[in-house]
Design a protein around this ligand. Structure first.
Ligand code: XMP
Length: 513
């Protein structure tokens, strides 16, 4: 069965992914496509509706992206957002002008609630504006359906042709009733029924994996992270013992993590698959001995992973399929499908070069992260695995400053465990982008009981971030921090000081290496 689909036609706006995610939150499948896609390609996809994104250009720029007027004649409903709304007006012979000052930020908008896009929305509603150009005259046949004191056409509509446009951004959360508007568009304008449910995704993916794989052999590098774990479970449900998962414990995992992964995927776990845990801890510690430079450490960890995996793959012999946990943001970010594989190769440290296989399988390549998590729950996976925070491939190797030793790994594991436990107990872990303990390479004098100590300082970090490209330090309640600090110095041997990292990114990074 093919899902009904909405296309987000990308004109270079920063919110292209977000629009697609919001539409999917309405249980309607949605894909982001480049504006260079032809009319015939669009028709072939048979979309229920199209959304034009915003973009940084003015419709009058010579290089600005445009689209063939014919798209408005297809009878497919279209919603233009920001630049997309101006493009609609301009292409259909309305007038777009440049305002002397930009309208930016939260703006109270008067909307016509008799218009289908605004059904159920308040007459005055706060929306997110970010524009300099504006529509000064609507094309023929359109009516104005929203305005602000400085923006005469904050929204317009031509219901007969199913064309709608908003100057503001319904997809961002600052637009209070934006979800209502998008849901009106997909359900009431496009007539979608809402058939995008994780339950059916999981079922149909298992079915198609079975058909594709037949009796073939499948290999998966399992890191214990969300994406590779969900991919592994999907594959195990589809082909059972034809799947072999290799999990490399490099000795740089969080406390108990290796055992947790084994408990789920190993022989005593609920899934039928071949699970190989490689205990390569000592190999890594040996290789990392005396190495202080952070990039060098990363290289060693990455290269060693490939070596270990290669050895295991040789034992298994040639396989038919190699599984990768690529997800949709990787696909969009690497150029809308053209070069998606490059990044996923990178994610698993160059594996395809060293493994003899016929084809790569990426069962999650059309899912956003929150959908991967939903699929995991649907598959019955435990919540602690499904809601894991991101954990870097090089593991604690990038959370220990200076040389990595077994002793330092133990310290950071214990400290991090206490930190996570106390944050969870206090409910202070909600909304945090990432949080962890790291080990500074600093030792200093302290006093414990009647004794002088000369021990390490642990750094605690917690950041708020939505994209991991920028981040700000989170405010953790003082009582939680002081409890964590006191537990760490009391319970973790070798630590006499706990520091909190108040730096954002930039200028720091999220990891502490
Ligand atoms: P930084 O430290 O660069 O981290 O601000 C940004 C995000 O990326 C994660 N990270 C990695 N993830 N392999 C990964 O899979 C890596 O080598 C790696 N280095 C950093 C980091 O945890 C944060 O979420």
């Amino acid at each position: 069965m093919k899902n009904e689909m909405i296309i987000v036609l990308d004109f270079g706006g920063q919110y292209n992914q977000l629009i697609a995610r919001r539409v999917r939150e309405c249980n309607v499948y949605c894909e982001v496509k480049p504006y260079t896609m032809t009319i015939d390609e669009i028709k072939a996809l048979n979309p229920r509706g199209i959304i034009f994104t915003g973009g940084p250009n003015s419709v009058y720029d010579e290089s600005s992206p445009h689209y063939d007027k014919e798209i408005f004649e297809l009878g497919i409903p279209i919603l233009g957002i920001c630049y997309g709304s101006q493009l609609m007006a301009y292409t259909l012979d309305g007038v777009v002008e440049t305002a002397p000052v930009s309208e930016y930020g939260h703006t109270e908008v008067d909307v016509d609630t008799t218009d289908v896009l605004f059904e159920g929305v308040s007459e005055k509603t706060v929306c997110w504006m970010s524009h300099t150009d504006y529509i000064s005259k609507t094309p023929e046949g359109f009516k104005v359906t929203a305005h602000t004191p400085v923006c005469p056409v904050a929204a317009m509509a031509c219901p007969e042709r199913k064309l709608y446009a908003t100057q503001f951004h319904p997809e961002v959360m600052h637009t209070k009733e934006g979800m209502k508007m998008l849901s009106n568009f997909v359900y009431k304008v496009c007539g979608c029924a809402g058939d995008w449910k994780m339950e059916s995704f999981v079922e149909s993916t298992i079915q198609s994996l079975r058909e594709k794989i037949g009796s073939g052999k499948v290999l998966c590098a399992l890191s214990g992270g969300v994406d590779s774990s969900v991919a592994a479970v999907l594959l195990s449900k589809a082909v059972g013992k034809q799947l072999t998962c290799v999990f490399v414990d490099h000795g740089l995992l969080r406390k108990n993590e290796g055992d947790e992964v084994e408990a789920v995927f190993g022989p005593d776990g609920p899934y039928e698959l071949n699970f190989i845990r490689v205990n390569a801890q000592q190999r890594y510690y040996d290789k990392l001995k005396g190495v202080e430079e952070p990039e060098r450490k990363r290289k060693i960890i990455g290269e060693e992973f490939i070596r270990v995996f290669e050895e295991e793959a040789k034992k298994i012999g040639a396989v038919d399929f190699l599984v990768q946990g690529t997800i949709y943001p990787d696909v969009i970010e690497s150029g809308l499908g053209k070069s998606a594989v490059i990044k996923s190769h990178h994610n698993v440290g160059g594996l395809p070069d060293v493994v003899d296989f016929k084809e790569i399988i990426e069962p999650l390549r059309m899912l956003f992260k929150d959908e991967v998590r939903k699929a995991g729950l649907e598959l019955g996976m435990p919540e602690y695995l499904v809601f894991r925070q991101p954990f870097p491939g090089p593991g604690l190797g990038v959370r220990i400053v200076g040389e990595v030793t077994e002793e330092k790994v133990r310290i950071v594991q214990e400290a991090d465990y206490i930190y996570r436990e106390e944050l969870a107990k206090a409910g202070a872990d909600k909304n945090l982008g990432q949080y962890f303990a790291a080990l500074t390479n600093m030792r200093s004098v302290g006093v414990m009981g009647d004794f002088r100590t000369y021990d390490y300082a642990v750094a605690l970090r917690a950041v708020l971030t939505s994209d991991f490209m920028t981040a700000e330090a989170a405010e953790i309640p003082w009582d939680v921090l002081s409890k964590v600090a006191s537990r760490i110095v009391n319970e973790v041997k070798g630590v006499n000081r706990v520091l909190y990292d108040c730096t954002g990114k930039p200028p720091a990074t999220i990891e502490f290496e």
